[in-house]
Design a protein around this ligand. Structure first.
Ligand code: ATR
Length: 291
Protein backbone atom coordinates (compact mmCIF):
# COMPACT_ATOMS: atom_id res chain seq x y z
CA UNK A 1 0.00 0.00 0.00
CA UNK A 2 1.50 3.26 -1.09
CA UNK A 3 -1.44 5.59 -0.80
CA UNK A 4 -3.02 7.28 2.18
CA UNK A 5 -2.37 5.86 5.62
CA UNK A 6 -5.13 4.32 7.71
CA UNK A 7 -6.99 6.93 9.74
CA UNK A 8 -9.38 5.92 12.48
CA UNK A 9 -10.35 8.98 14.50
CA UNK A 10 -13.20 9.62 16.91
CA UNK A 11 -15.37 10.42 13.94
CA UNK A 12 -14.64 7.23 11.98
CA UNK A 13 -17.42 5.65 9.94
CA UNK A 14 -17.95 2.04 10.93
CA UNK A 15 -19.26 -1.05 9.16
CA UNK A 16 -18.65 -4.79 9.33
CA UNK A 17 -19.75 -8.25 8.29
CA UNK A 18 -22.11 -10.39 10.37
CA UNK A 19 -21.65 -14.12 9.94
CA UNK A 20 -21.24 -17.38 11.84
CA UNK A 21 -18.53 -18.36 11.28
CA UNK A 22 -17.04 -15.27 9.69
CA UNK A 23 -13.32 -16.02 9.78
CA UNK A 24 -13.16 -17.03 6.11
CA UNK A 25 -14.69 -13.76 4.87
CA UNK A 26 -12.51 -11.61 2.62
CA UNK A 27 -14.72 -8.57 3.14
CA UNK A 28 -12.70 -7.00 6.00
CA UNK A 29 -9.53 -7.23 3.92
CA UNK A 30 -11.20 -5.69 0.90
CA UNK A 31 -13.05 -2.84 2.62
CA UNK A 32 -10.08 -1.83 4.75
CA UNK A 33 -7.92 -1.85 1.63
CA UNK A 34 -10.31 0.60 -0.03
CA UNK A 35 -10.59 2.71 3.15
CA UNK A 36 -6.82 3.16 3.22
CA UNK A 37 -6.56 3.65 -0.51
CA UNK A 38 -9.10 6.47 -0.51
CA UNK A 39 -7.97 7.91 2.82
CA UNK A 40 -11.41 7.42 4.37
CA UNK A 41 -11.64 7.81 8.13
CA UNK A 42 -13.33 4.49 8.83
CA UNK A 43 -13.07 0.81 9.72
CA UNK A 44 -14.72 -2.45 8.68
CA UNK A 45 -14.64 -5.35 11.14
CA UNK A 46 -15.60 -9.05 11.22
CA UNK A 47 -18.60 -9.63 13.51
CA UNK A 48 -18.96 -13.28 14.55
CA UNK A 49 -22.60 -13.49 15.65
CA UNK A 50 -24.56 -16.65 16.51
CA UNK A 51 -27.91 -17.07 14.76
CA UNK A 52 -29.88 -16.55 17.99
CA UNK A 53 -28.04 -13.26 18.65
CA UNK A 54 -28.55 -11.70 15.23
CA UNK A 55 -31.32 -9.22 16.09
CA UNK A 56 -29.58 -8.13 19.31
CA UNK A 57 -26.33 -7.62 17.41
CA UNK A 58 -27.98 -5.54 14.69
CA UNK A 59 -29.71 -3.29 17.23
CA UNK A 60 -26.41 -2.99 19.11
CA UNK A 61 -24.48 -1.95 16.01
CA UNK A 62 -27.16 0.57 15.18
CA UNK A 63 -27.07 1.95 18.72
CA UNK A 64 -23.28 2.17 18.52
CA UNK A 65 -23.45 4.37 15.45
CA UNK A 66 -22.44 1.88 12.75
CA UNK A 67 -23.33 2.91 9.19
CA UNK A 68 -24.39 -0.62 8.34
CA UNK A 69 -23.13 -4.12 7.69
CA UNK A 70 -22.80 -6.95 5.26
CA UNK A 71 -24.64 -10.10 6.16
CA UNK A 72 -23.48 -13.57 5.25
CA UNK A 73 -24.38 -17.17 6.08
CA UNK A 74 -26.51 -17.98 8.09
CA UNK A 75 -28.13 -14.55 8.55
CA UNK A 76 -29.45 -13.60 5.10
CA UNK A 77 -33.07 -14.49 5.80
CA UNK A 78 -33.04 -12.86 9.24
CA UNK A 79 -31.57 -9.75 7.60
CA UNK A 80 -34.46 -9.71 5.13
CA UNK A 81 -36.90 -9.80 8.03
CA UNK A 82 -35.17 -7.18 10.16
CA UNK A 83 -35.04 -4.53 7.43
CA UNK A 84 -37.68 -1.78 7.76
CA UNK A 85 -37.32 -0.86 4.11
CA UNK A 86 -36.36 -3.24 1.29
CA UNK A 87 -34.68 -1.94 -1.84
CA UNK A 88 -35.98 -3.17 -5.18
CA UNK A 89 -32.88 -5.43 -5.38
CA UNK A 90 -33.75 -7.13 -2.08
CA UNK A 91 -37.40 -7.62 -3.01
CA UNK A 92 -36.41 -9.22 -6.31
CA UNK A 93 -33.78 -11.44 -4.70
CA UNK A 94 -35.93 -12.35 -1.67
CA UNK A 95 -32.79 -11.84 0.40
CA UNK A 96 -30.63 -9.17 2.00
CA UNK A 97 -26.84 -9.17 2.16
CA UNK A 98 -26.30 -5.50 2.93
CA UNK A 99 -27.84 -3.42 5.72
CA UNK A 100 -27.75 0.37 5.84
CA UNK A 101 -28.59 2.11 9.11
CA UNK A 102 -30.27 5.35 8.07
CA UNK A 103 -30.01 8.64 9.95
CA UNK A 104 -33.73 8.44 10.85
CA UNK A 105 -33.16 5.14 12.68
CA UNK A 106 -34.61 2.86 10.02
CA UNK A 107 -32.81 -0.15 8.56
CA UNK A 108 -32.64 -0.48 4.77
CA UNK A 109 -31.93 -3.88 3.20
CA UNK A 110 -30.22 -4.40 -0.16
CA UNK A 111 -29.18 -7.43 -2.16
CA UNK A 112 -26.02 -6.49 -4.04
CA UNK A 113 -25.07 -9.92 -5.45
CA UNK A 114 -27.11 -9.78 -8.65
CA UNK A 115 -26.30 -6.14 -9.37
CA UNK A 116 -22.65 -6.94 -8.61
CA UNK A 117 -22.74 -9.67 -11.22
CA UNK A 118 -24.28 -7.38 -13.84
CA UNK A 119 -21.76 -4.63 -13.00
CA UNK A 120 -18.92 -7.12 -13.39
CA UNK A 121 -20.26 -8.22 -16.77
CA UNK A 122 -20.43 -4.60 -17.93
CA UNK A 123 -17.04 -3.68 -16.48
CA UNK A 124 -15.40 -6.44 -18.50
CA UNK A 125 -17.01 -5.00 -21.61
CA UNK A 126 -18.82 -8.24 -22.41
CA UNK A 127 -21.63 -7.35 -24.75
CA UNK A 128 -24.52 -9.73 -25.12
CA UNK A 129 -26.11 -8.34 -28.23
CA UNK A 130 -27.05 -10.82 -30.90
CA UNK A 131 -28.51 -10.33 -34.31
CA UNK A 132 -31.86 -11.75 -35.30
CA UNK A 133 -32.59 -13.18 -38.75
CA UNK A 134 -33.31 -9.73 -40.14
CA UNK A 135 -30.09 -8.19 -38.89
CA UNK A 136 -31.79 -6.40 -35.98
CA UNK A 137 -30.91 -6.82 -32.32
CA UNK A 138 -32.52 -9.82 -30.60
CA UNK A 139 -33.12 -10.14 -26.86
CA UNK A 140 -30.16 -12.05 -25.36
CA UNK A 141 -30.96 -15.23 -23.45
CA UNK A 142 -29.08 -16.31 -20.31
CA UNK A 143 -28.96 -19.81 -18.81
CA UNK A 144 -28.18 -20.16 -15.11
CA UNK A 145 -26.90 -23.39 -13.58
CA UNK A 146 -28.43 -23.74 -10.11
CA UNK A 147 -31.55 -22.49 -8.35
CA UNK A 148 -30.29 -21.35 -4.92
CA UNK A 149 -30.01 -17.88 -3.46
CA UNK A 150 -27.21 -16.83 -5.79
CA UNK A 151 -29.22 -17.95 -8.83
CA UNK A 152 -32.23 -15.96 -7.70
CA UNK A 153 -30.37 -12.69 -7.21
CA UNK A 154 -28.50 -13.01 -10.51
CA UNK A 155 -31.61 -14.09 -12.43
CA UNK A 156 -33.57 -11.13 -11.05
CA UNK A 157 -30.82 -8.64 -11.85
CA UNK A 158 -30.41 -9.99 -15.39
CA UNK A 159 -34.18 -9.85 -15.95
CA UNK A 160 -34.11 -6.23 -14.78
CA UNK A 161 -31.65 -5.45 -17.61
CA UNK A 162 -34.23 -6.75 -20.09
CA UNK A 163 -32.58 -10.09 -20.71
CA UNK A 164 -34.48 -13.35 -21.11
CA UNK A 165 -33.40 -15.76 -18.35
CA UNK A 166 -33.74 -19.52 -17.89
CA UNK A 167 -32.49 -21.79 -15.14
CA UNK A 168 -31.51 -25.43 -14.97
CA UNK A 169 -31.12 -27.30 -11.72
CA UNK A 170 -30.37 -30.85 -10.60
CA UNK A 171 -33.44 -30.74 -8.34
CA UNK A 172 -36.32 -29.70 -10.59
CA UNK A 173 -38.59 -28.60 -7.72
CA UNK A 174 -36.20 -25.83 -6.77
CA UNK A 175 -36.11 -24.55 -10.35
CA UNK A 176 -39.92 -24.53 -10.40
CA UNK A 177 -39.99 -22.67 -7.08
CA UNK A 178 -37.72 -20.03 -8.57
CA UNK A 179 -40.11 -19.55 -11.49
CA UNK A 180 -42.90 -18.89 -8.99
CA UNK A 181 -40.77 -16.17 -7.41
CA UNK A 182 -39.60 -14.64 -10.70
CA UNK A 183 -42.32 -14.72 -13.34
CA UNK A 184 -41.06 -14.97 -16.89
CA UNK A 185 -38.18 -17.22 -15.96
CA UNK A 186 -37.72 -20.28 -18.21
CA UNK A 187 -36.65 -23.76 -17.10
CA UNK A 188 -34.36 -26.12 -18.99
CA UNK A 189 -34.22 -29.77 -17.81
CA UNK A 190 -30.89 -30.56 -16.11
CA UNK A 191 -30.33 -33.55 -18.45
CA UNK A 192 -30.65 -31.35 -21.53
CA UNK A 193 -28.81 -28.11 -20.92
CA UNK A 194 -25.46 -29.06 -22.47
CA UNK A 195 -27.16 -30.02 -25.73
CA UNK A 196 -29.33 -26.88 -25.65
CA UNK A 197 -26.43 -24.41 -25.23
CA UNK A 198 -26.67 -23.14 -28.80
CA UNK A 199 -29.81 -21.22 -27.87
CA UNK A 200 -28.06 -19.07 -25.25
CA UNK A 201 -25.83 -15.99 -25.20
CA UNK A 202 -24.72 -16.22 -21.57
CA UNK A 203 -24.09 -19.22 -19.31
CA UNK A 204 -23.64 -18.60 -15.58
CA UNK A 205 -22.62 -21.23 -13.04
CA UNK A 206 -24.27 -20.10 -9.78
CA UNK A 207 -23.54 -23.36 -7.93
CA UNK A 208 -20.43 -24.37 -6.00
CA UNK A 209 -19.57 -26.93 -8.70
CA UNK A 210 -15.93 -26.37 -9.72
CA UNK A 211 -15.03 -24.75 -6.40
CA UNK A 212 -11.93 -25.88 -4.55
CA UNK A 213 -13.17 -27.99 -1.64
CA UNK A 214 -16.73 -28.00 -3.04
CA UNK A 215 -18.97 -30.92 -4.03
CA UNK A 216 -17.21 -31.43 -7.40
CA UNK A 217 -14.03 -29.39 -8.00
CA UNK A 218 -13.49 -31.08 -11.41
CA UNK A 219 -16.93 -30.05 -12.73
CA UNK A 220 -16.45 -29.49 -16.46
CA UNK A 221 -19.49 -29.88 -18.68
CA UNK A 222 -19.30 -30.11 -22.45
CA UNK A 223 -19.56 -26.79 -24.25
CA UNK A 224 -19.50 -28.34 -27.72
CA UNK A 225 -23.03 -27.17 -28.54
CA UNK A 226 -22.24 -23.54 -27.70
CA UNK A 227 -22.55 -20.84 -30.29
CA UNK A 228 -19.46 -18.76 -31.04
CA UNK A 229 -20.75 -15.71 -29.20
CA UNK A 230 -21.50 -17.47 -25.89
CA UNK A 231 -20.15 -15.77 -22.76
CA UNK A 232 -19.35 -18.27 -19.99
CA UNK A 233 -19.40 -16.91 -16.44
CA UNK A 234 -18.70 -18.53 -13.08
CA UNK A 235 -19.43 -17.11 -9.65
CA UNK A 236 -16.78 -19.42 -8.16
CA UNK A 237 -13.50 -17.54 -7.68
CA UNK A 238 -11.35 -20.17 -5.94
CA UNK A 239 -9.69 -21.29 -8.16
CA UNK A 240 -9.72 -18.15 -10.26
CA UNK A 241 -9.96 -20.24 -13.43
CA UNK A 242 -12.42 -23.07 -12.82
CA UNK A 243 -12.41 -26.12 -15.12
CA UNK A 244 -15.57 -24.70 -16.72
CA UNK A 245 -13.83 -21.43 -17.58
CA UNK A 246 -10.73 -23.27 -18.82
CA UNK A 247 -12.90 -25.36 -21.13
CA UNK A 248 -14.65 -22.22 -22.40
CA UNK A 249 -11.26 -20.64 -23.17
CA UNK A 250 -10.18 -23.74 -25.07
CA UNK A 251 -13.30 -23.35 -27.20
CA UNK A 252 -12.45 -19.72 -27.86
CA UNK A 253 -15.42 -18.40 -25.87
CA UNK A 254 -15.45 -15.20 -23.79
CA UNK A 255 -15.24 -15.86 -20.04
CA UNK A 256 -15.96 -14.07 -16.78
CA UNK A 257 -14.60 -15.28 -13.41
CA UNK A 258 -16.33 -14.88 -10.06
CA UNK A 259 -13.98 -12.40 -8.42
CA UNK A 260 -15.48 -9.46 -10.28
CA UNK A 261 -18.93 -10.14 -8.85
CA UNK A 262 -17.51 -10.37 -5.32
CA UNK A 263 -15.73 -7.04 -5.70
CA UNK A 264 -18.57 -5.21 -7.41
CA UNK A 265 -21.16 -6.33 -4.86
CA UNK A 266 -18.81 -5.10 -2.13
CA UNK A 267 -18.34 -1.81 -3.99
CA UNK A 268 -22.08 -1.11 -3.76
CA UNK A 269 -22.05 -1.49 0.05
CA UNK A 270 -18.86 0.59 0.38
CA UNK A 271 -20.52 3.42 -1.53
CA UNK A 272 -23.54 3.31 0.80
CA UNK A 273 -21.58 3.40 4.07
CA UNK A 274 -18.48 5.37 3.22
CA UNK A 275 -19.69 7.65 0.44
CA UNK A 276 -16.93 6.74 -2.03
CA UNK A 277 -17.35 4.64 -5.17
CA UNK A 278 -14.15 2.58 -5.09
CA UNK A 279 -12.48 1.28 -8.21
CA UNK A 280 -12.40 -2.43 -9.00
CA UNK A 281 -9.06 -2.84 -10.73
CA UNK A 282 -6.11 -5.24 -10.89
CA UNK A 283 -4.58 -3.81 -7.72
CA UNK A 284 -7.81 -4.59 -5.85
CA UNK A 285 -8.03 -8.07 -7.36
CA UNK A 286 -4.41 -8.88 -6.50
CA UNK A 287 -4.78 -7.60 -2.95
CA UNK A 288 -7.87 -9.71 -2.25
CA UNK A 289 -6.44 -12.84 -3.88
CA UNK A 290 -3.25 -12.64 -1.84
CA UNK A 291 -5.58 -13.11 1.15
P1 ATR B 1 -26.63 -20.50 -2.76
O1 ATR B 1 -27.69 -19.87 -1.92
O2 ATR B 1 -25.24 -20.03 -2.45
O3 ATR B 1 -26.92 -20.44 -4.22
P2 ATR B 1 -27.70 -23.15 -2.27
O4 ATR B 1 -29.02 -22.56 -1.99
O5 ATR B 1 -27.22 -24.20 -1.37
O6 ATR B 1 -26.56 -22.05 -2.31
O7 ATR B 1 -27.71 -23.67 -3.79
C1 ATR B 1 -26.73 -24.47 -4.27
C2 ATR B 1 -26.99 -24.81 -5.73
O8 ATR B 1 -25.94 -25.66 -6.17
C3 ATR B 1 -28.29 -25.56 -5.95
O9 ATR B 1 -28.82 -25.20 -7.20
C4 ATR B 1 -27.82 -27.01 -5.96
O10 ATR B 1 -28.64 -27.90 -6.66
P3 ATR B 1 -29.83 -28.69 -5.89
O11 ATR B 1 -30.94 -27.72 -5.75
O12 ATR B 1 -30.15 -29.83 -6.79
O13 ATR B 1 -29.26 -29.12 -4.57
C5 ATR B 1 -26.50 -26.87 -6.68
N1 ATR B 1 -25.59 -28.01 -6.42
C6 ATR B 1 -24.84 -28.20 -5.32
N2 ATR B 1 -24.13 -29.35 -5.44
C7 ATR B 1 -24.46 -29.89 -6.64
C8 ATR B 1 -24.06 -31.06 -7.36
N3 ATR B 1 -23.17 -31.94 -6.85
N4 ATR B 1 -24.61 -31.29 -8.59
C9 ATR B 1 -25.50 -30.41 -9.11
N5 ATR B 1 -25.92 -29.29 -8.48
C10 ATR B 1 -25.41 -29.02 -7.26
Amino acid sequence: LTQAEQRITGRARLAGVLGWPVGHSRSPLLHNYWLRRYGVDGAYVPLPVKPEDFATAVQGLKAAGFRGANVTIPHKEAAYRIADVLDESARRAGAVNTLVFEADGSIRGLSTDGDGFVASLKAEGLKLARLDRHGGLAQPHALLLGAGGAARSIAAALQATGMRVSVTNRTRDRADALVEALPGLGVCPWEDWEKALGAYDLLVNTTSLGMEGGPDPAFCPSLKAAGRGLVVADIVYVPRKTPLLAEAERQGLQTLGGLGMLLHQARLGFLEWFGVNPEVDDATRDYVLRG
